[in-house]
Design a protein around this ligand. Structure first.
Ligand code: GDP
Length: 439
């Protein structure tokens, strides 16, 4: 039988939305965890007064893998559907793990946004500061092309599979995702319960009004994004670790990477030789576009330096490096009134897996719904661009930034993976940006 196509999924959503429970249920229904193991977890969970968390413990079978080091940053567990081998990428959702979450999500083909339908929980997750919005923003910056809204806990006594509740949640979240720039046909949704398993693998009688596919059926039918395997190779680096040599990991965006070939690492322009290639569970000494890859490298350059956010690429390719750039930024959350955004404001920018401090140099314009700079009439009756001293409300702005470190970057139009970023202030993700021009 031909190899099943491989799909990587990542679960995102507010804390307690049910990510671990659903992961456990999926592994159980997919036959990856047997009943005895599950029983064991149930007993362990009960011993710690966490009875209802039993399934979430099943996810911990991945812990051993994690300890082996290889999947240090992104643990994963796999299950099978009729046509796909599906890996669950674990993207830690805690606020302190944002860079790791971005790294995890960057490897995914599909993001499943888990939302709790339970009364009060959905509202808390979606309001300002809730992780439902934040995770959606972050996932958008990673370039994940499909998002499934999984409305979870539909079995809860406060919900009882109420269609109105489901529709309200889906409508509101879809609107938000569309604002972030997810195309309409990239968004789908379904009601389910991670605890009872309804609509996870199979549909059952609990939700007669829902006629769409179960989660397994939906994932089985998802189109796997095609990537360009011709053209110069490039791979943004998500992470690095040492294992008798330096190992870099990332998702190959374009071209083909081979063992024993020599490539360039930007920023720095360092020359490196690839001595080993690891692609998921395959035994190969090359990788092609779309693969999640670990490579061992060797370099003779004494000054060699590489960070998450650096790019390894064919030497024929030139990748821009800059500290100043102009970007179109969608501010999704109203800034804290005590910290309005103005010239001199500082943020953290996450571009791919890079995380740098950036300062606002110029607030250039605010864009109207037509994408053009908003103008005002001056004293002489002429139209001129509106002058902005502070950003006080959500909207789309053109901003010139300066970063404290050189970044590998490209205009969004040219190289999407190096051209989109999110901006964060303390614990808040304020919005997403696309690079317009390197200054
Ligand atoms: P995570 O933080 O997103 O990983 O959430 P957990 O999987 O740990 O779940 C948080 C809580 O919600 C636990 O008490 C679960 O038992 C409960 N929970 C998760 N999924 C469901 C569901 O489908 N229905 C109900 N009623 N409760 C759920």
């Amino acid at each position: 039988m031909a190899d099943k196509a491989h799909l990587n999924i990542v679960f995102i959503g507010h804390v307690d939305a049910g990510k671990s429970t659903l992961s456990g249920q999926i592994l159980y229904l997919g036959g990856e965890v047997d009943e005895r193991t599950l029983e064991k977890y149930k007993i362990e969970a009960a011993a710690q007064n966490r009875e209802s968390w039993a399934l979430s413990w099943a996810m911990d079978i991945d812990e051993g893998e994690r300890e082996k080091g290889k999947t240090a940053e992104c643990g994963r567990a796999s299950f099978e559907t009729a046509n796909r081998t599906i890996s669950i990428i674990d993207a830690p959702g805690h606020k302190n793990f944002v860079p790791r979450m971005i790294a995890g999500a960057s490897q995914a083909d599909v993001a499943i946004l888990i939302v709790s339908a339970r009364k009060g929980e959905y509202e808390t997750g979606f309001e300002k500061g809730g992780q439902t919005r934040e995770h959606a923003i972050l996932v958008r910056t990673t370039g994940v092309s499909r998002i499934v809204i999984a409305v979870n806990k539909m079995d809860d006594p406060t919900v009882q599979w109420d269609e109105g509740r489901y529709t309200k949640i889906v409508t509101q979240i879809t609107k938000f995702l569309r604002q972030l720039g997810f195309p309409k046909n990239a968004i789908s949704s379904l009601p389910l319960s991670g605890v009872t398993g309804s609509n996870v693998r199979d549909r059952d009688d609990s939700c007669a009004w829902y006629k769409g596919p179960s989660l397994f059926e939906a994932l089985d039918a998802v189109e796997i994004p095609k990537r360009e395997s011709t053209g110069p190779m490039y791979m943004p680096i998500l992470d690095k670790y040492k294992e008798t040599g330096l190992v870099l990991l990332g998702k190959l965006q374009q071209g083909r990477l081979e063992k024993d070939a020599t490539y360039t690492v930007t920023p720095g322009g360092f020359s490196v030789a690839v001595t080993e290639v690891g692609v998921e569970k395959y035994d190969r000494d090359f990788a092609t576009a779309g693969d999640n890859v670990h490579i061992k490298i060797r370099t003779t350059d004494d000054h060699f330096d590489v960070h998450p956010g650096s790019v390894i690429h064919d030497s024929s390719l030139t990748i821009g490096v800059t500290r100043e750039f102009i970007a179109k930024v969608s501010i999704m959350e109203a800034p804290d009134p005590k910290k309005l955004i103005s010239v001199g404001s500082e943020f953290m920018i996450h571009l791919g897996a890079a995380e740098v401090r950036a300062t606002v140099k110029v607030l250039m314009a605010r864009l109207g719904p037509d994408g053009k700079a908003v103008t005002v009439t001056d004293m002489n009756g002429n139209r001129r661009p509106e002058r902005i001293s502070f950003i006080t409300k959500p909207g789309v702005y053109v901003i010139r930034f300066e970063t404290d470190m050189p970044l590998a970057m490209a205009p969004f139009e040219t190289f999407q993976p190096l051209g989109r970023f999110c901006i964060r202030e303390g614990d808040t993700t304020l919005g997403v940006g696309v690079v317009h021009k390197l200054a």
